[in-house]
Write a protein of this length. Structure first.
Length: 252
């Protein structure tokens, strides 16, 4: 049986984002983005660490009482940064929760949902989140390639992720699709069993991954079991300064 001490939350936060340099230090209602993520994660996890490549981020984290670990500038992606931090910390946690540093409104219940996937099923290798698409947002929002879609089997095992709309709804015009199928979008919160995280950072890029620019397809192509927890809580990822301006107000 897994206990809270068997989990660690690691937040990858790099400074040099192409579309939004210094993003983790952007302020939202008087609090930096990285502090918001850290505080939300700490409501669920006993141990939370920010993995960064920049002293300014590390200093900001330590300034609000958080813990940071310096990682290489050469990490290929957030997953690699999380693994490097895990090793540098000399960690022994059985499950690593990779909490995206650009999800300022990540909810504790969403993190708890991913954690529960590992407690419920010892075969779960990777856990993540799925959100039922809100039809009120309209077809254009679903069509947006930055909104990653996903399909699952009846037990929550992920079948595929795509920037395209899946499933394709045959025999109906695309304007009618939202009325004839259920669509799910992906929220990029991940949990890994320690030995699985160690493995995924050694896997070479795959064909599907390179076609869709989605790292998680590399894991599926290599036969790893990904399960998804359903959440009714929407996600507000920040990729650009414009996304920051569109964020709704939250008091937490």
């Amino acid at each position: 049986m897994l206990r809270n001490s068997d989990y660690i939350g690691i937040i990858p936060a790099r400074y040099g984002s192409t579309r939004f340099p210094g993003k983790p230090l952007a302020e939202i209602d008087g609090m930096t983005m990285v502090e918001r993520v850290y505080r939300q994660a700490s409501k669920v996890l006993d141990r939370v660490v920010v993995a960064t490549d920049d002293e300014r981020i590390a200093s900001a984290v330590e300034g609000f009482g958080g813990k940071a670990v310096m990682t290489s500038h050469d990490c290929a992606n957030g997953t690699a940064r999380v693994w490097e931090a895990y090793r540098k910390l000399g960690e022994t946690a059985a499950v690593v929760i990779n909490i995206q540093g650009d999800e300022p409104y990540i909810h504790p219940e969403q993190i708890r949902g991913v954690m529960q996937l590992f407690a419920d099923d010892p075969l779960t290798q990777i856990g993540t989140l799925a959100h039922k698409f809100d039809k009120e947002l309209g077809f254009e929002a679903l069509f947006n390639p930055n909104r990653v879609k996903m399909t699952m089997d009846v037990a929550g095992k992920v079948l595929y992720f795509s920037r395209s709309i899946i499933p394709y709804v045959r025999n109906y015009k695309w304007q009618e699709w939202l009325s004839h199928a259920t669509f799910y979008t992906h929220i990029g919160l991940y949990g890994f069993r320690k030995e699985v995280l160690e493995r995924v950072v050694t896997l070479p890029p795959s064909q599907l991954e390179e076609a869709e620019a989605l790292e998680q397809l590399r894991w599926l192509e290599n036969g790893l079991l990904i399960r998804a927890a359903l959440t009714t809580i929407p996600s507000y990822p920040v990729d650009t300064p414009e996304d920051l301006e569109k964020l709704p107000h939250h008091s937490f």
